[in-house]
Design a binder for this molecule. Sequence first.
Ligand code: SF4
Ligand code: SF4
Length: 508
Amino acid sequence: MTPPFPFHGGLKTVRHKTESNRETILPGSVPERLVVPLRQHVGAIAKPLVQAGDRVLKGQMIGQPDGYVSAAVHAPTSGRVVAVDQQPVPHPSGLPDWCVTIESDGQDRWIERTPVDYQRMHPSDLRNFVRNAGVVGLGGAVFPSAVKMNLSGHCERLEQLILNGAECEPWMTCDDLIMRERAVEIVAGIHILAHLLQPREVLIGIEDDKPEAIAAMNAACSGTGYQVRPVPTRYPSGGAKQLTKLLTNKEAPVNGRSTDIGVQCFNVATAYTLHRAVAHGEPVISRIVTVTGHIAQPRNIDALLGSSFADLIARCGGYREGVERLIMGGPMMGFAMHSDGVPVTKATNCILAVGADALVEPPVMPCIRCGDCVEVCPANLLPQQLYWHARAKEFDKIQDYHLFSCIECGCCSYVCPSHIPLVQYYRYAKNEIWALEKEKQRAELARRRHQARMERLEREQREREAKLRQKAPPRTASPLDGATAGQSPAEPALAAPASIAVNVERSE
Ligand code: SF4
Ligand code: SF4
């Protein structure tokens, strides 16, 4: 067999790529006010380093990574911090989160930038540098890259380093454009990854509906030994597991990691930001965002993080008439926004405005057990079983059907003839299980604290009693010792004070 090696399931979807990929990347503007979330990555929220009233320079760290799985956050422009508080952010929960609001001074003045020579750095210093530069996966997962750049304890030797340029979601073209226009810098970023991870081979997977990107990457990879591999245009070929299967015919075990099979995967835009950080000393303060759908002039923008969705939409000529919904991400895996006032984050790969015509939602009917969802599931799951158990709130049983292997690709919902919003059920079940798990952990923590407190109180009591025993006057031999009940009150026995006697008794 020769590559590509097809994965199970998947779909041919409508593409809608040409709406936004005909124009070059538009440089972003500097808005008057930027709202920069401190949590733009998987893991612990960054610790704020600034407060209201502070002046900041472009690229200055304003949020420090808090622990191993975390990443730094930086000021996207120079100006004054006007607030560090909770603001609406683009997240499926719709809950606000901690943000640093910066009023631009219009000067866009950089902090001193310090590039590094990665070939001379100790691997752990390089990973630390990457964490402090705020580099995270820009494919949408926003997992801190420094963690993925550490193989120790996961695999002896990396077989394949995979660069993900598949970009399979309809409407989205940000990876296509960055590969067309910045291929040389992406390859420079791959050099850094290859230096650190020492893979046996480097494979770059790109869907075959992006001929310009494939040509640009081929030219940039010339003489490097890196292989550009076109893969069939089939959703969700951009899923890390699906792309790995397509390129290597290997599949990670259920609940396992890709490193278990000697593979590590990074998005092409992540490689680009890695290069900017290392070779130019520029932390991640912007990203390419596709603004498309019901928009006057859909295109890609190199947007400063913290710009509002409304800023970007205005740069693209505004909405067309009849917009009914705003989605962050693509139509298959994205989620609806309550407002366009939320800020662009490292996870914002696409802003999709949906018109009323595309929002005809047919009525949901009962499951007819047709099995269509099973046919298309790229994770080899049984979507209808997951649905039944999620509906019945049978959260133990649903995990027996590997709920957490579901990548929420939406293929099952897309083909379901009963129009059941299956993915919503899976998200609901995952959230419930996480909440139950958190509750369990909280209860366990409370139990341990209570136990520790009781042990401390008992220990303190024992210590008090021991001290009191030491303070008691020594007993001296007396002719009165051994007096009996018949003794005269005029001849009292030498006895310890009552309180000491009681304490001694308790301690025995
Ligand atoms: S596709 Fe829909 S109707 Fe068919 S088995 Fe799956 S959930 Fe049921
Ligand atoms: S959303 Fe989950 S269950 Fe449905 S097809 Fe995708 S991976 Fe399978």
